[in-house]
Ligand binder design. Structure first.
Ligand code: FAD
Ligand code: NAP
Length: 319
């Protein structure tokens, strides 16, 4: 295992929060090292339709946006390294991090490790992962051209996945456990049109009981629908199912190191600066890893900027 030269600031994560922190830290001449993790570019790499990134009014793909952020950070001398951090020690100084490839020491850390897709917790999900069970329509949707598929969830992701798939699959069964969606109005308007054209069939108040299949993959889904007047269990034939029920923050490696609430890293917030400082001075956090409410590219970038400014101020205080 290689030991990398000591740094003033190390940034964990290559999503919008990580790259924005890198741009600000590098322009402050701190020569940051950014560690990409196993998902370079972060969650946005899974979407090809971003319509709410300010000043990009003509739809932009996640890949394109993240490539531009990468180039922007590198232009100002951020060093980007491919590694995945597996353990940290923030209890001694300099702070210590160990990845799959290298070991690192640093005076400050900006954690921007984001979040990962959640699963329903069914055994059959594991059985058919990659064989009909997916969490990314943009990545896998193409394989289901002219076939019938299901999408599970009721937030923005589920509606976006449904709309994306509707461009090429035969039919989508959208399964949601409530009778109302929690998604943007513009997306719901588009969904309504797809329902009217019978491309999308809604199953509300419904949960997935099981995913069924054979050696070639998923063949059907067993649904439990609980309406006030009746409860029924039924099966529909599908060849793919897209789970879009939200995300879990990537914070396992910080357990017993940093204070957390519901697995999200606690930061100071408040009115007096140092918003992104965690329970340990010198360790800052930004993006989806501290935020279960807004979870947007722009809010992640914004807190990445704040973390870079907070860490710069912290480093200046050490001189
Ligand atoms: P992430 O983007 O999750 O990036 C986390 C980074 O941390 C990754 O690079 C990962 O490899 C790295 N990492 C994780 N663990 C480690 C580790 N141990 N060591 C090192 N690195 C690690 N938002 C919008 O504003 N507009 C949209 O249109 C939009 N569309 C979306 C569509 C989809 C399908 C999804 C899933 C989300 C969408 N979002 C959208 C939300 C947006 O993607 C997130 O809010 C944003 O990406 C969060 O940024 P982040 O930098 O905090 O984390
Ligand atoms: P989300 O908003 O948390 O929605 C998750 C959905 O899945 C909810 O409908 C939830 O139902 C359901 N769900 C959760 N656990 C479930 C389970 N075990 N079984 C069945 N259903 C379950 O997550 P998201 O849609 O992934 O969005 C995440 C964030 O990214 C949001 O902040 C969103 O705004 C953002 N995003 C933005 C865009 C955009 O701006 N266009 C696009 C995609 C994502 P309940 O309501 O019953 O809990």
């Amino acid at each position: 295992m290689r030991t990398i030269e000591h740094r003033k600031v190390i940034i964990l994560g290559s999503g919008p929060a990580g790259y924005t922190a890198a741009i600000y830290s590098s322009r402050a001449n701190l020569k940051p090292l950014l560690i990409t993790g196993i998902n370079p570019g972060g969650q946005l790499m899974n979407t090809n339709e971003i319509e709410n990134w300010p000043a990009d009014m003509n739809q932009i793909s996640g890949k394109e946006l993240m490539n531009r952020m990468h180039k922007h950070a590198v232009k100002f001398n951020t060093e980007v390294i491919s590694d995945n951090i597996t353990c940290v020690n923030f209890k001694k100084k300099p702070f210590f991090l160990e990845g799959e490839n290298n070991q690192y020491t640093t005076d400050s850390v900006i954690i921007a490790t984001g979040a990962n897709p959640r699963y329903l917790g069914l055994e059959s999900e594991n059985t058919f992962k990659g064989k009909g069970v997916s969490t990314c329509a943009v990545c896998d949707g193409f394989f289901y051209k002219n076939q019938e598929v299901a999408v599970v969830g009721g937030g923005n992701t589920a509606i976006e996945e449904t709309l994306y798939l509707s461009n090429f699959v035969e039919k989508i069964y959208l399964i949601h456990r409530r009778n109302k969606f929690n998604a943007e109005k513009i997306l719901l308007d588009r969904l309504r049109k797809k329902i009217q054209s019978k491309k999308v069939v809604l199953y509300l108040n419904s949960t997935v009981k099981n995913i069924l299949g054979n050696s070639s993959g998923v063949t059907s889904v067993l649904i439990n629908q609980k309406n006030p007047e009746e409860e029924k269990l039924f099966q529909i034939n599908i060849s793919g199912i897209f789970i879009a029920i939200g995300y879990t923050p990537n914070t396992n490696i910080f357990v017993n190191q940093l204070e957390m609430t519901d697995n999200y890293i606690k930061v100071m917030r408040g009115m007096h600066g140092n918003y992104t400082q965690t329970s340990i001075p010198g360790i800052f956090a930004a993006g989806d890893v501290i935020d279960h409410v807004y979870r947007q590219a722009i809010t992640s970038s914004a807190s990445g900027c704040m973390a870079a400014l907070d860490s710069e101020r912290y480093l200046n205080s050490l001189i």
